[in-house]
Ligand binder design. Structure first.
Ligand code: SF4
Length: 357
């Protein structure tokens, strides 16, 4: 085949491919196709609606760049789950709009019961929350009545209400260390990888671990990360402690989302391999614009893509469902009053502990 024939074949293949792609796009329901004009219209409407409802938008680091930038432009906040709830409680707004997953909306409501809390969708949950049903967890705790119960923020109100402490990843090791120093034994739930990390950090293997995991962080691969580290030997590795322990052993920094962002700003390296949800790249690039970030691999050899660390539930938050929520003033978070009262106790215990540090 001549060079011309080859080119002609390639061009016609490309045309055929474009036609195929266009045919597929035509089959996508129109409400899922977002044009720049749609996005601009949604942003303008949301800004107006936030003012109209005396509402503030708080978004998690794992939501889309569109939502994070909108929260910033409208005087809201982009943060981790604890800071989202604290900001909401201190805000003068009467309505909190929480872009994230359900436990984040519930935590905001527990800390601000007098405020209206709305979410773009009530369907967005978390594998850690799903994997720790309150009835089963209650039975587990009853088998170990002498243990102090420390649970991660990624849990339902009912599970928080069963606990002595609620913690975030930023403070989990410190709180468990504090409890152990009082001569108590600990139940940790629900993330087994974070629990194992705490065990190793504190040299205490008899902490009882619930068997839950984050479906996003659990996918980071040790061997593929080692290969990537050989490819980018100058890059430091930043990892969230929900990742498997083998990944954490390779990391230069293990920390919460906020701690990862601070490390990227403060460290001398100019490039980083990041093992957490891809949503954090918006803030990383904003806060450390002169640095380079690579997604840590979630795929083994032979995969066609290297990483797909995107939480499907975080991805359910969109500009269009945020706009619809504000227009209809629906998707309210309600919390059982007694469970909320009980869950507030371990949450406040954490906030006080943190303020003393
Ligand atoms: S990234 Fe993991 S821990 Fe965070 S909300 Fe999604 S499933 Fe839950």
């Amino acid at each position: 085949m001549s060079a011309n024939e080859s080119t002609a074949t390639n061009v016609s293949d490309a045309v055929a491919d474009r036609a195929t792609v266009r045919a597929w796009l035509d089959r996508v329901p129109q409400h899922l196709v977002v044009t720049p004009a749609d996005e601009a219209a949604d942003r303008a409407a949301i800004k107006q609606l936030l003012k109209q409802h005396n509402a503030v938008l708080v978004a998690h680091y794992y939501t889309s760049p569109a939502l994070q930038s909108l929260a910033e432009e409208t005087g809201g906040l982009v943060a981790d789950s604890l800071e989202m709830a604290r900001f909401g409680a201190q805000s003068a707004a009467s309505t909190l709009v929480v872009a994230g997953v359900r436990f984040m909306g519930e935590t905001a409501k527990i800390l601000s019961p007098e405020k209206t809390v709305l979410m773009p969708t009530l369907e967005a949950t978390c594998s850690l929350d799903i994997g720790c049903p309150a009835d089963q967890f209650s039975a587990f705790c009853q088998q170990h009545p002498d243990h102090e119960v420390v649970v991660y923020a990624n849990t339902s109100v009912a599970v928080k209400a069963l606990s002595d402490w609620v913690v975030t990843s930023a403070i989990a090791v410190d709180v468990v260390e504090h409890v152990l120093s009082q001569g108590k034994q600990v139940i940790w739930a629900p993330d087994k990888h974070l629990g194992r990390y705490i065990q190793r950090k504190l040299g205490c293997d008899d902490i009882l671990l619930w068997d839950g995991a984050c479906i996003v962080h659990e996918e980071f691969k040790v061997k593929a990360l080692q290969d990537m580290m050989h490819l980018y030997p100058e890059a430091a590795v930043l990892a969230h402690p929900e990742s498997p322990y083998g990944v954490l052993e390779l990391a230069d920094v293990v920390g919460s989302t906020t701690q990862i962002i601070k490390a990227a700003q403060a460290r001398s390296e100019s490039s980083f391999i990041v093992a957490t949800d891809h949503g954090i790249f918006y803030k990383l690039q904003q806060q450390a614009p002169d640095k380079i970030f690579y997604m840590a691999p979630t795929s083994g050899e032979g995969a066609t893509c290297r990483s797909c660390a995107n939480c499907p539930w975080m991805g359910m938050n969109t500009l269009s469902n945020l706009r619809a929520t504000l227009e209809q003033h629906n998707n309210r978070i309600e919390v059982d009053a007694e469970q909320g009262r009980l869950a507030l106790i371990p949450l406040q215990r954490m906030l006080e502990f943190r303020s003393q540090r």
